[in-house]
Write a protein that binds this ligand. Sequence first.
Ligand code: GLA
Length: 375
Amino acid sequence: MKPHERASALFRSAFGAEPAAVASAPGRVNLIGEHVDYHGGHVLPVAIAERTAVAVGPAARFAAASEQEERIEGAWPPEPLHRWSDYVAGVGVAMDARTGPWAQGFHAAVASDVPTGAGVSSSAALEVATALALTAWAERPVRGRDLAEAGFRAETEFVGMPCGRMDQMASALTPPGSALLIDCRTLEARAVPVGLDLVLADSGERHALRDSEYPQRRREGDEALRRLSAAHPGITRLLDIPPARLAELAGGLPEPLGRRVRHVVNENQRTILAARALEAGDAAAVGLLVNASHDSLRDLYECSTPRLDAIVEAARALPRVLGARLVGAGWGGAVLVVCERGSGGSVAAHLRSAGPHAPASVREVALGAGAAPGV
Ligand code: GLA
């Protein structure tokens, strides 16, 4: 059964009623453009075929059931419980909790095929599916961007993870079978053809450090910007630094701030170039940019791990592999391997048989599409 059917069935068995609405949204894999979204840079994610579905209906309090997680019940309006259900409750709060049909609370049932902790943003899939289910129930017209914004607010304001907007935009808006080039400053987005095979190799390392290191990187970015804009009033964000002056301006900062700034500015350029290369059908150029992205995340942004680096090296040595890099926040999670069209199956098989260094799991990425009601 598909997630939306399972979510509806779970809703009936958990709450003894028909859901008022059901919607689903995908996880995402970012081709390139890592740790630039919260600086207003460009990202280039694809939606994966695996989806999370959420069925919702009326209730006098809040309760959430899941195929995988413990059932949670609580008051409405809710306080963060530091549990999985915060992503669901947080969206309800972000979406005008006083006037929706969920003003007194709601029931939600969740079914998902999106793996958790593997760098494919299961949290954004859950948030965006919840946002669309709630708007469908309220019979409100909605734009994909509003769904993404509700998910972003749930995550940053309710859950307390200071993420950027990439994951929710990707889950809400990606058209079928394409990548989406998103300008995280203007939130303009355009579809880009992929024309490559993608393999995801999960390190099995869960993001042990992410909770502390990610906010730390954000503070470092803020500090670098504070210093640069004090000396150069024209610089209001790191991406205002002209690439031609990067060496000089980053070189004037204490480390590690200089390294962080060099990563952000160059990664943004790489992402724009990668989108152009995909549009031009230049797969080899995409691979080189993907490799440069990983090397920068490892050496300048310092968010890789020895295990991720080992998987990247093993992947790069395989025939028909164009490039490999850690994907998502880092500090664990997965490696994205970009390979020639038609080679994903054999590349995945090679990686699986890499003996003691084999990733915990390897799969070909099937492209999906953004959020949809009822499915
Ligand atoms: C996480 C965040 C995103 C983004 C990436 C790094 O996935 O949720 O907003 O910052 O890390 O690119």
